[in-house]
Design a protein around this ligand. Structure first.
Ligand code: FES
Ligand code: FES
Length: 197
Protein backbone atom coordinates (compact mmCIF):
# COMPACT_ATOMS: atom_id res chain seq x y z
CA UNK A 1 0.00 0.00 0.00
CA UNK A 2 1.45 3.34 -0.98
CA UNK A 3 0.91 6.50 0.99
CA UNK A 4 -1.85 7.67 -1.34
CA UNK A 5 -3.71 4.44 -0.87
CA UNK A 6 -3.13 4.71 2.85
CA UNK A 7 -4.67 8.15 2.90
CA UNK A 8 -7.64 6.94 0.89
CA UNK A 9 -8.18 4.04 3.24
CA UNK A 10 -7.91 6.28 6.25
CA UNK A 11 -10.39 8.71 4.76
CA UNK A 12 -12.78 5.88 3.94
CA UNK A 13 -12.38 4.50 7.45
CA UNK A 14 -13.08 7.91 8.97
CA UNK A 15 -16.17 8.49 6.85
CA UNK A 16 -17.45 5.03 7.68
CA UNK A 17 -16.95 5.62 11.39
CA UNK A 18 -18.74 8.93 11.17
CA UNK A 19 -21.74 7.41 9.48
CA UNK A 20 -21.76 4.49 11.92
CA UNK A 21 -22.21 6.81 14.92
CA UNK A 22 -25.06 8.70 13.30
CA UNK A 23 -23.13 11.83 12.53
CA UNK A 24 -21.86 12.27 16.06
CA UNK A 25 -18.31 12.74 14.83
CA UNK A 26 -19.42 15.39 12.40
CA UNK A 27 -21.66 17.02 14.97
CA UNK A 28 -18.84 17.51 17.49
CA UNK A 29 -16.92 20.25 15.72
CA UNK A 30 -20.19 21.61 14.30
CA UNK A 31 -21.58 22.34 17.77
CA UNK A 32 -18.35 24.00 18.84
CA UNK A 33 -18.37 26.07 15.67
CA UNK A 34 -21.96 27.09 16.27
CA UNK A 35 -21.17 28.27 19.82
CA UNK A 36 -18.31 30.31 18.51
CA UNK A 37 -20.55 31.80 15.82
CA UNK A 38 -23.21 32.80 18.34
CA UNK A 39 -20.57 34.37 20.57
CA UNK A 40 -19.16 36.37 17.70
CA UNK A 41 -22.65 37.20 16.50
CA UNK A 42 -23.56 38.61 19.92
CA UNK A 43 -20.49 40.80 19.99
CA UNK A 44 -21.19 42.19 16.56
CA UNK A 45 -24.81 43.09 17.25
CA UNK A 46 -26.10 46.17 19.06
CA UNK A 47 -29.60 47.23 20.02
CA UNK A 48 -30.19 50.78 18.83
CA UNK A 49 -32.81 52.66 20.84
CA UNK A 50 -34.12 55.72 19.05
CA UNK A 51 -37.18 57.86 18.53
CA UNK A 52 -38.03 57.30 14.91
CA UNK A 53 -40.84 59.49 13.60
CA UNK A 54 -41.91 60.08 17.18
CA UNK A 55 -42.07 56.41 18.06
CA UNK A 56 -39.70 54.68 20.45
CA UNK A 57 -37.96 51.85 18.60
CA UNK A 58 -35.46 49.24 19.73
CA UNK A 59 -33.76 47.61 16.77
CA UNK A 60 -30.98 45.02 16.88
CA UNK A 61 -28.49 45.61 14.09
CA UNK A 62 -25.15 44.31 12.99
CA UNK A 63 -22.63 46.94 14.08
CA UNK A 64 -21.68 47.56 10.45
CA UNK A 65 -25.22 48.50 9.42
CA UNK A 66 -25.59 51.98 7.96
CA UNK A 67 -28.45 54.15 9.15
CA UNK A 68 -30.17 53.99 5.76
CA UNK A 69 -30.10 50.20 5.82
CA UNK A 70 -31.46 50.09 9.36
CA UNK A 71 -34.32 52.39 8.40
CA UNK A 72 -35.18 50.59 5.17
CA UNK A 73 -34.51 46.99 6.10
CA UNK A 74 -35.03 46.78 9.85
CA UNK A 75 -37.39 49.62 10.77
CA UNK A 76 -39.83 49.06 7.91
CA UNK A 77 -39.34 52.58 6.54
CA UNK A 78 -38.38 52.27 2.86
CA UNK A 79 -39.33 55.87 2.05
CA UNK A 80 -35.71 56.89 2.56
CA UNK A 81 -33.96 55.99 -0.68
CA UNK A 82 -30.51 54.62 -1.34
CA UNK A 83 -28.98 55.94 -4.52
CA UNK A 84 -25.19 55.92 -4.50
CA UNK A 85 -24.56 54.56 -0.97
CA UNK A 86 -21.46 56.76 -0.79
CA UNK A 87 -22.59 60.26 0.09
CA UNK A 88 -22.81 61.63 -3.42
CA UNK A 89 -26.52 61.91 -4.24
CA UNK A 90 -28.52 62.90 -1.14
CA UNK A 91 -31.33 60.40 -1.80
CA UNK A 92 -30.86 59.01 1.72
CA UNK A 93 -31.21 62.35 3.54
CA UNK A 94 -32.98 62.17 6.92
CA UNK A 95 -33.13 64.43 9.94
CA UNK A 96 -31.21 63.33 13.02
CA UNK A 97 -31.81 65.53 16.05
CA UNK A 98 -33.09 68.16 13.64
CA UNK A 99 -30.05 68.14 11.36
CA UNK A 100 -30.07 66.77 7.82
CA UNK A 101 -27.56 64.03 7.15
CA UNK A 102 -26.79 61.44 4.51
CA UNK A 103 -27.91 58.28 6.25
CA UNK A 104 -25.72 56.09 4.03
CA UNK A 105 -22.59 57.67 5.47
CA UNK A 106 -23.24 56.93 9.11
CA UNK A 107 -23.57 53.79 11.18
CA UNK A 108 -26.88 53.06 12.85
CA UNK A 109 -25.14 52.31 16.17
CA UNK A 110 -23.89 55.91 16.30
CA UNK A 111 -27.46 57.13 16.76
CA UNK A 112 -28.52 55.38 19.92
CA UNK A 113 -30.84 57.80 21.74
CA UNK A 114 -31.32 60.03 18.70
CA UNK A 115 -34.48 61.55 17.29
CA UNK A 116 -34.74 60.50 13.68
CA UNK A 117 -37.26 61.82 11.18
CA UNK A 118 -37.83 60.23 7.79
CA UNK A 119 -40.20 61.13 4.98
CA UNK A 120 -42.80 58.84 6.56
CA UNK A 121 -42.84 60.99 9.68
CA UNK A 122 -43.69 64.35 8.10
CA UNK A 123 -47.44 64.20 7.60
CA UNK A 124 -49.52 64.95 10.67
CA UNK A 125 -53.10 63.86 11.19
CA UNK A 126 -53.43 63.02 7.52
CA UNK A 127 -52.12 66.42 6.40
CA UNK A 128 -48.97 66.62 4.32
CA UNK A 129 -46.04 68.68 5.53
CA UNK A 130 -46.08 72.10 3.77
CA UNK A 131 -42.98 71.17 1.78
CA UNK A 132 -44.54 67.88 0.66
CA UNK A 133 -47.56 69.88 -0.52
CA UNK A 134 -45.30 72.42 -2.22
CA UNK A 135 -43.59 69.63 -4.18
CA UNK A 136 -47.01 68.54 -5.45
CA UNK A 137 -48.15 72.08 -6.19
CA UNK A 138 -44.92 72.90 -8.07
CA UNK A 139 -44.76 69.54 -9.86
CA UNK A 140 -41.27 69.18 -8.41
CA UNK A 141 -40.60 65.56 -9.32
CA UNK A 142 -40.69 63.17 -12.22
CA UNK A 143 -39.61 59.63 -11.29
CA UNK A 144 -39.73 60.59 -7.60
CA UNK A 145 -36.67 58.61 -6.54
CA UNK A 146 -34.79 61.63 -5.25
CA UNK A 147 -37.90 63.26 -3.79
CA UNK A 148 -37.82 61.99 -0.17
CA UNK A 149 -34.20 63.13 0.12
CA UNK A 150 -34.98 66.46 -1.57
CA UNK A 151 -37.84 67.11 0.84
CA UNK A 152 -35.88 66.15 3.96
CA UNK A 153 -32.98 68.26 2.76
CA UNK A 154 -35.33 71.14 1.91
CA UNK A 155 -36.72 71.07 5.44
CA UNK A 156 -33.18 71.29 6.77
CA UNK A 157 -32.30 74.04 4.30
CA UNK A 158 -35.27 76.14 5.41
CA UNK A 159 -34.63 75.52 9.12
CA UNK A 160 -31.00 76.58 8.68
CA UNK A 161 -32.09 79.88 7.11
CA UNK A 162 -30.54 79.01 3.77
CA UNK A 163 -33.64 79.44 1.61
CA UNK A 164 -33.67 83.19 1.07
CA UNK A 165 -33.17 83.14 -2.69
CA UNK A 166 -33.18 80.62 -5.56
CA UNK A 167 -29.39 80.89 -5.75
CA UNK A 168 -29.03 80.20 -2.04
CA UNK A 169 -31.39 77.24 -2.23
CA UNK A 170 -29.47 75.80 -5.16
CA UNK A 171 -26.21 76.18 -3.26
CA UNK A 172 -27.45 74.62 -0.02
CA UNK A 173 -29.37 71.86 -1.78
CA UNK A 174 -26.48 71.06 -4.11
CA UNK A 175 -25.83 67.74 -2.38
CA UNK A 176 -29.20 66.46 -3.54
CA UNK A 177 -29.00 65.20 -7.10
CA UNK A 178 -32.05 64.86 -9.32
CA UNK A 179 -31.33 62.71 -12.33
CA UNK A 180 -34.61 63.81 -13.91
CA UNK A 181 -33.44 67.42 -13.77
CA UNK A 182 -36.44 68.79 -11.87
CA UNK A 183 -34.27 71.40 -10.20
CA UNK A 184 -36.22 74.49 -11.25
CA UNK A 185 -39.43 73.18 -9.73
CA UNK A 186 -37.65 71.81 -6.66
CA UNK A 187 -36.17 75.24 -5.97
CA UNK A 188 -39.61 76.83 -6.48
CA UNK A 189 -41.15 74.36 -4.01
CA UNK A 190 -38.53 75.04 -1.34
CA UNK A 191 -38.79 78.79 -1.89
CA UNK A 192 -42.59 78.71 -1.58
CA UNK A 193 -42.49 76.59 1.56
CA UNK A 194 -39.87 78.92 3.04
CA UNK A 195 -42.19 81.87 2.39
CA UNK A 196 -45.00 79.99 4.08
CA UNK A 197 -47.18 79.42 1.04
S1 FES B 1 -27.42 57.11 -1.04
FE1 FES B 1 -26.63 58.39 0.51
S2 FES B 1 -25.81 60.07 -0.56
FE2 FES B 1 -26.45 58.73 -2.14
S1 FES C 1 -37.44 63.19 -9.81
FE1 FES C 1 -36.32 61.57 -10.74
S2 FES C 1 -34.36 61.73 -9.84
FE2 FES C 1 -35.40 63.47 -9.12
Amino acid sequence: MDDRLGIQLNRRTFVGASLAVGGAVAAGPGVAGSDRFEHEHDESTTVVRAQINGEHREIAVDNRTSLVDMLRERAGLPGTKKGCDQGACGACTVLVDGRRINSCLTLAVMHDGAQITTIEGLAEAGRLHPLQQAFIDEDAFQCGYCTPGQIMSGIGCIAEGHANSPAEIREWMSGNICRCGAYTNIVNAVANAARGH
